[in-house]
Design a protein around this ligand. Structure first.
Ligand code: PLP
Length: 388
C-alpha cells in the first residue's frame, strides 16, 4: 500500500497556493514541488517488512502511485557492482543503471511518473529531453499503451533518436538547445492537456530516481557509503538520490546519509557555480547561475538547470560537494571504466569517475572511504562521442 502524501514547495516546504491554474509557491514559482509522505504510521521495521518484489515497486510504501499502474518492464533492481579497492585504498562500487529497459537511470523516473499519469487517467504523455529521458519515455509509454511525444535538440546523439523512433513515439526536434526543447514541451502540454514528464516540473520523476538510493542502502545491508557520486545536469537525479537517503535516515533505516558529489563538466557547471554561491551567501539562490554549455557529455549539457533547488538542497543536507572536471578529463575516465572495469558508459556517466579521480588526488576522498558511482547511461547510446 502507498503511504498518504501531498505536494509541498521545493524551496520553502510550504503548501503551494494555486497560481495561474498550477499549484506553485509564490516564494520561488519555478521550484519543483516535493512529495511529502505522512509517515506517522511507518517505522523502519514496517517499511522493511513491506518490501517485496525485485523491481522498484519493491518500495511501494514510499511511492506515489499503486504498483498496479506500473509497466511490466521490471524497472530498477539493478546490481551494485563491488569493484574492490582502487589504488589509495578507496573501496569502489558502481550502481549499474545501464541495465534498465532503455539503458539509463531515467527509466526509474518514467516508470513512476507514467504510473501516476495512468492513475490520473492520462493516455498521452510528453517530455523534453537531451535524449535519455525521451528514449525512456518512448520505451515505457509503449509498454503502457500510451502515446508519447518527445522533444529533443536536433543535436541529440543519433542512437538516442533511433531508440525514440523504434518505440513509435512522435519525435519533435528543435533547432536549438535542450532549454528550448523544454519550453516547447511545456507549451505543448499546457495547450493540449498532455501529461508532462519534464524534469524539474513533474514532482514524481524524483520519486522514481530516489529508488536508486533505496537500493544502494539495501544492497549495502542498510549501511551508507561514505560518498555517492552523481553526474549532474538539471540536478534532478542528485535531488532524487538525496531524497531517497533522506527518507531512509528519517525512518531510521540508515544511521546517516552519505555525502553526495555533483559531478559536472567545466562548460556545463551551473549547479557547481550556484552551489558555490549558496555556500558564500548562506542561503539557496532562488535562480541558478546560467551558463553556455559546450561539452561532449551531451546528457549533462544544460545551461539553465531545471531542478537547481532540489540539487542544492541535496548537497546542503548531505554536506555534499560539487565538482566540475575539465573537458579533457572525460575521455580518459570513460576509457578507464571501459578498459579496466568492463563498463562502457556514455560520456556523461563517465564524468562521475573523472570527479572521483580528482577528489582522490585532492585528498578529499580518502583511504578507507566507500564510494558509489552512479553509472547513469550506457556507452551504446553515444558510441563515438569524440567523432561527432
Ligand atoms: C546519463 C545521464 N547522466 C546524468 C544525467 C543528469 O541528470 P540531471 O539532469 O537530473 O542532473 C542525465 C540526464 O539526462 C543522463 O541522461
Amino acid at each position: 500500500m502507498t503511504t498518504p502524501h501531498h505536494l509541498v514547495c521545493g524551496y520553502c516546504d510550504g503548501v503551494p497556493e494555486e497560481a495561474m491554474g498550477v499549484r506553485r509557491c509564490r516564494c520561488v514559482p519555478a521550484a519543483n514541488r516535493r512529495v511529502r509522505y505522512l509517515t506517522a504510521d511507518l517505522s523502519a521495521e514496517s517499511f522493511r517488512a513491506s518490501l517485496s518484489g525485485r523491481d522498484l515497486w519493491r518500495y511501494q510504501a514510499l511511492l506515489p502511485a499503486p504498483r498496479k499502474f506500473g509497466s511490466p518492464l521490471s524497472v530498477g533492481g539493478t546490481p551494485l557492482l563491488d569493484l574492490g579497492l582502487l589504488p589509495g585504498d578507496v573501496h569502489l562500487h558502481v550502481k549499474d543503471e545501464t541495465r534498465n529497459p532503455s539503458g539509463s537511470l531515467k527509466d526509474r523516473a518514467t516508470e513512476v511518473a507514467l504510473a501516476v499519469a495512468r492513475n490520473q487517467g492520462h493516455d498521452r504523455v510528453i517530455a523534453a529531453s537531451t535524449g535519455n529521458a525521451g528514449a525512456s519515455l518512448a520505451c515505457i509509454a509503449a509498454a503502457q499503451g500510451m502515446r508519447a511525444t518527445v522533444v529533443v535538440p536536433a543535436s541529440a546523439p543519433r542512437n538516442k533518436l533511433t531508440q525514440i523512433e523504434a518505440h513509435g513515439a512522435e519525435l519533435v526536434t528543435v533547432d536549438g538547445s535542450y532549454d528550448d526543447a523544454f519550453d516547447h514541451a511545456v507549451e505543448y502540454a499546457e495547450r493540449t492537456g498532455t501529461y508532462c514528464r519534464n524534469t524539474g516540473i513533474n514532482p514524481y520523476v524524483r520519486e522514481g530516481k530516489k529508488t536508486a538510493a533505496f537500493e544502494i542502502a539495501e544492497q549495502l545491508d542498510w549501511t551508507a557509503p561514505t560518498w555517492v557520486v552523481v553526474p549532474c545536469g538539471d540536478g534532478n537525479i542528485i535531488s532524487g538520490i538525496g531524497t531517497g537517503f533522506g527518507q531512509l535516515t528519517e525512518l531510521g533505516c540508515l544511521p546517516a546519509a552519505p555525502r553526495l558529489v555533483a559531478a559536472q563538466v567545466a562548460s556545463s557547471n551551473s549547479i557547481t557555480l550556484t552551489h558555490e554561491l549558496a555556500v558564500r551567501q548562506g542561503e539557496m539562490p532562488r535562480e541558478p547561475v546560467v551558463v553556455r554549455p559546450r561539452t561532449v557529455a551531451d546528457s549533462i549539457s544544460v545551461g539553465r538547470p531545471r531542478d537547481h533547488v532540489g540539487a542544492l538542497r541535496a548537497l546542503r543536507d548531505s554536506d555534499g560537494l560539487a565538482v566540475a572536471v575539465d573537458e579533457s578529463e572525460v575521455r580518459p575516465a570513460a576509457q578507464a571504466l571501459a578498459r579496466r572495469f568492463g563498463l562502457w558508459l556514455e560520456p556523461s556517466a563517465a564524468v562521475g569517475y573523472a570527479a572521483l579521480t580528482r577528489l582522490q588526488a585532492a585528498g578529499t576522498i580518502r583511504p578507507g572511504d566507500v564510494v558509489v558511482l552512479l553509472a547513469t547511461g550506457s556507452g551504446l547510446k553515444n558510441p563515438r562521442p569524440w567523432e561527432n
